[in-house]
Design a protein around this ligand. Structure first.
Ligand code: SF4
Length: 229
């Protein structure tokens, strides 16, 4: 398994924001979001191959009960199910963070789906061939539905840059069944506290109007755009 980094921090996003957690970041992604904040796991994947035993050793030494398997796209990682089973057997809580374009049944306590809106697609100038590839791959309604139908618990976390992105969220949700409004989170895109604050003000109003959750990015507000937090 190619791992870009492991680190202990607090969960910065979603339902479990603020919970002390160990992060295991898979390297490699099948998408190339324009605003990706972990390019070392997507655009320029870094990291070394780690055995299951080595990762389990890191988990066993971590004080946090919560383990977050993130990326990159962890569903691309060979052995991700085996890793989840092993961590689950240790009595830890597992969150798997995925863009929801590839399905696999995993023993996760929380599936954190982050379907990618059109604001994520890079233009041809900056993304080259990835502009087209990303646009084709970024959203799979059947895969999202499989996760919704099988997850023990899930959240649908959308990254919002502009007010009109919220209309696109409603379009996506209109194609899905059996989701709960309390599991829909709208999160401002931004890698600085100033940008997040500006976008949060109008996004909170949209959340109130629609009955969806507002999701801050605590780690950016606390530490800025830093790696390993
Ligand atoms: S899916 Fe996640 S890791 Fe992959 S490019 Fe988009 S933001 Fe980056």
């Amino acid at each position: 398994m190619r791992i870009a980094e492991t680190f202990s921090s607090i969960q910065g996003e979603g339902k479990l924001a603020g919970v002390p957690s160990l992060f295991i970041r898979a390297s490699g992604c099948n998408l190339r979001c324009r605003w990706c904040d972990t390019p070392y796991a997507s655009w320029n994947p870094e990291g070394e191959n780690c055995s299951l035993e080595r990762i389990i050793g890191i988990v066993s030494k971590a004080p946090a009960r919560h383990v977050v398997i993130t990326g990159g796209e962890p569903l691309l990682m060979p052995g991700v199910a085996e890793l989840c089973f092993a961590i689950h057997a240790m009595g830890r809580h597992i969150t798997v963070e995925t863009a929801g374009t590839i399905f696999e049944l995993l023993p996760a306590d929380l599936i954190s789906l982050s379907p990618k809106l059109s604001n994520s697609t890079p233009d041809a100038e900056s993304g080259g061939p990835w502009s087209h590839i990303h646009e084709q791959r970024r959203l799979s309604i059947p895969v999202l539905q499989q996760f919704i139908d099988t997850a023990a618990d899930l959240q649908l976390k959308f990254v919002i840059q502009r007010p009109e992105d919220v209309d696109e969220v409603c379009e996506v949700l209109g194609k899905l069944r059996n989701w709960r409004a309390e599991d829909v989170l709208l999160m401002p895109e931004g890698t600085s506290a100033v940008v997040l604050e500006e976008r949060s003000l109008w996004l909170v109003e949209q959340c109130q109007a629609l009955g969806y959750r507002f999701a801050p990015r605590l780690h950016v507000m606390l530490w800025g755009n830093r790696r390993g937090v």
